[in-house]
Write a protein that binds this ligand. Sequence first.
Ligand SMILES: [Zn+2]
Ligand SMILES: [Zn+2]
Length: 331
Amino acid sequence: MMQAMLFEAPGNPLRAAELPVPTPGPNQILIKVAACGVCRTDLHIFDGELDRPKLPLVLGHEIVGHVAALGPGVEAFVLGTRVGVPWLGSTDGTCFYCRQGQENLCDNPRFTGYQIDGGYAELTVADQRYCFLLDDYYSDLDAAPLLCAGLVGYRAFKMTGDGNRLGIYGFGAAAHIVAQVAVNQGREVYAFTREGDTAAQDFARQLGAVWAGASSEPPPKLLDAALIFAPVGALIPAALQATSKGATVVCAGIHMTDIPGFSYDLLWGERVLRSVANLTRADGLEFLSLAPKVPVTTHSIAYPLAQANEALDDLRAGRFSGAAVLIPSLG
Ligand SMILES: [Zn+2]
Ligand SMILES: [Zn+2]
């Protein structure tokens, strides 16, 4: 048996449960979880805003662990290998999008910690074909946020183009990683936070942002591009207003509140507004190879597995800077 934090219904706290250790099927590996990041997507599932979870469900899709058993046909990994498990859990490989190299848009995907039990547990199974090797540069704790905040954040960052002045709305786990990559590339980062969140603004400046302020404030110069990580639809017209002609605004979250109506003038001037969905395995390989070269440093806050509810609550309230990570060995 193993300990897990179980999601049974939207809005109900996760329940500490003893579950049977899963058996790896064909192409699957059993993983002893060393660390699992807490992503805002977990909150959207918890709140019922993403409404197609398997139930009951083990949340968690930023998993770092060691291979503890091999299912039939596993050749990519051996026992003891440290692996990372991301949000993209499986694809059909045959739909239009998969055949175009856009497996992030697959018509029949399954996601870790959503349709597949994830990492809020002592053990989990994952399809070897969607797992990554992790660089020794990172500890288990520090590697966990790379697996979604890093991978999806980086995919979204690439969609902003090569403009110099980059605005980032919502300075949480993804932003703190992406900002370092952007600064490393010589770009100017402008960080937008909740009103009065001076801790997040200070954190952004420490990571190299040239300006940090509230999302209601105009930046000192118009932006060439903006990334929106906060799940707040009203940030879309705000970000468009803060950009120059030809700029791209990328919405990186999986869920947002409704977007208020706004004047076409904000989009005029060949501004582009787009979303970014999920990740491809190629994004993962690219970012995980880049991260230790920058090097990206993650600011991870460890919580015992049993305190998953507290970690989700602290994320919702913005009580920490960086990323929350569950550590099963802490109990
Ligand atoms: Zn597909
Ligand atoms: Zn995520």
